[in-house]
Structure formats: structure tokens, C-alpha cells
Design a protein around this ligand. Structure first.
Ligand code: ATP
Ligand code: TYD
Length: 234
């Protein structure tokens, strides 16, 4: 069988195939949106391509600015070529302003600024429970040394994206990203960085430009994603 057609994995919102060799994966972004907090799932036409285009531009920019990612190139039709990683079972979530679960679960004010930004590390398992450093090391998810690299990477990525988006009139509230190990053990950013995993507000109107549009039926999600893409792809 041709390696390029062999399915590597199929998640909730992407299909992944081997590329030319064992080290390369073609990620195909599907038109699927899920709100893991509100038990809502849907296929929304056009979201796959937008997620892929935005991720490609951001990953390319990160690579060029010395923030290492798995991205190789965009090959069109909602597909990108990436380096295969050994994924670390974490959802890494930097927060700049209070919104979502932190407001529900802790005594903080919606919209409150976190200075310095907060970092939340959740386990990719069941209901994604929140971890701390001891849990991460004890469960063998990452070593202490790796944890330091992941946290530094998270702050560096957050600063970079915050500034980049601010220049486009977007306030980055919080976002989720994933990391994995290259063959030599180096930790780099994997998966996707797109409106699908970000909470963003327009700097002037504070209107949502993200999945909260879908979660709370506030409007047209594809239009919100396209507005973000328009500003990012400027
Ligand atoms: P979730 O929305 O919770 O991430 P999922 O894991 O099903 O759900 P998808 O985005 O559909 O999400 O699937 C993509 C899968 O591919 C994820 O498990 C992700 O960790 C993994 N992945 C991302 N980048 C790479 C990579 N470079 N090498 C190997 N696996 C990767
Ligand atoms: P989180 O704190 O888990 O939930 P809430 O949305 O209730 O605050 O997530 C914060 C950010 O991370 C938010 O921008 C959405 C993003 N995220 C995802 O996109 N997918 C995920 O699986 C998780 C856990 C977070």
C-alpha cells in the first residue's frame, strides 16, 4: 500500500495520513466543530479550510521567528504537511484574561487581566482534568526538564501571538495548543493553532470572534472565523 494513503489517525476534527515517509504526516482538517464545554457538535461547512489556512500562516511565522513547530507546508484543500511527533498528552492553555471555566470555577471577575499570564495544563484524557507539576511528572507525562521547556515555550508563544493579534485589533483572551517530541527528543508545537482553539475578542467592541459564537448561539461561526482569517492573512 502507498504510504501516502495510509491512515495514521483520525480524530474529532482531522484525518491524518502518512506522507512520503514515516516521519511525515498529512493533516486533513475536517469541517467539524465541537464545543467540549457545552456538549454541542456540528459540521460547519468551511471551517476546515479556514482552520488550515490560519494554522499554516501562524506556524510558518513561528518557524521563521525561532519558535519551533511541526509545520512543513500547506498543500491546499485544507491539508498541511507536518513532521510526525510523539504527542505529549497535554492541553497547554495560556490565559491573558478571565473567561470560560476559570470564571465558573474560581472567584475571578470575567474579563480580569492576568499579569503575568496564567498557564493551565490539562491532561488529554476523559474530561481533560487539570494537572499540576507533580501530577505531570508522577504520571510520566513529561519530565521536570521537559516541563520547564513546555512552560517557556507557552509563554514565548503567548507573547508572540498576543502582539501579532493586537496589531490586527484582536485581543487574545486564552488559547489551547499541543506539544510533541521530535525523534531527537526536542519539544516543538504540534496540532493546530487556529480560531478553533482560541478565545478572541475584537479590541474595540469586545465582541467574540471565536467558538463562543457557536457555544452560545451568538451568530455565524464561519463568518467569525473568516473575519479572524481576514485580519490574520492581511
Ligand atoms: P481534540 O479536539 O481534543 O484535540 P482529537 O485529539 O480527536 O481531539 P483532532 O484534531 O481531530 O483532535 O486529531 C488530531 C490528533 O493528531 C490529535 O490527537 C493530536 O494530538 C495529534 N497530532 C497533532 N499533531 C501531530 C503530529 N505532528 N504528529 C502526530 N500526531 C499529531
Ligand atoms: P478551558 O479552560 O479548558 O475551557 P473554557 O473554554 O471553559 O475556559 O479552555 C480555554 C481555552 O482553550 C479556550 O480558548 C478554548 C481552548 N481549548 C480548546 O480549544 N480545546 C480544548 O480541548 C481545550 C481543553 C481548550
Amino acid at each position: 500500500m502507498n504510504k501516502a494513503n495510509m491512515l495514521y489517525a483520525c480524530g474529532k476534527s482531522k484525518s491524518m495520513y502518512y506522507g512520503e515517509n514515516q516521519n511525515e504526516i498529512v493533516m486533513h482538517f475536517l469541517d467539524s466543530v465541537s464545543s467540549y464545554t457545552q456538549n454541542k457538535n456540528a459540521r460547519i461547512l468551511g471551517t476546515g479550510i479556514v482552520r488550515c489556512e490560519v494554522s499554516s500562516v501562524l506556524f510558518d511565522l513561528l518557524n521563521k521567528n525561532g519558535i519551533p513547530t511541526h509545520y512543513k507546508k500547506n498543500i491546499g484543500e485544507g491539508k498541511m504537511l507536518v513532521e510526525k511527533l510523539e504527542m505529549i498528552k497535554l492541553e497547554v492553555i495560556p490565559r491573558n484574561y478571565a473567561a470560560g471555566s476559570i470564571v465558573r470555577n474560581f472567584p475571578v471577575q470575567y474579563g480580569q487581566k492576568f499579569e503575568p499570564p496564567l498557564l493551565k495544563l490539562d491532561l488529554k484524557y476523559n474530561n481533560d482534568p487539570m494537572l499540576n507539576d507533580d501530577y505531570i511528572v508522577a504520571l510520566g507525562i513529561a519530565s521536570n526538564k521537559e516541563l520547564k521547556v513546555i512552560k517557556d515555550l507557552a509563554h514565548e508563544l503567548n507573547s508572540f501571538l498576543t502582539l501579532f493579534l493586537k496589531q490586527r485589533d484582536i485581543q487574545l483572551v486564552d488559547f489551547k495548543f499541543e506539544v510533541g517530541r521530535r525523534q531527537d527528543g526536542t519539544i516543538v508545537i504540534g496540532d493546530e493553532i487556529s480560531p478553533d482553539g482560541m478565545r478572541m475578542w475584537d479590541v474595540h467592541t469586545l465582541e467574540s470572534l471565536d467558538k463562543d459564537v457557536f457555544r452560545f448561539d451568538k451568530g455565524d461561526l464561519v463568518e467569525a472565523y473568516k473575519e479572524v482569517a481576514r485580519r490574520i492573512l492581511l
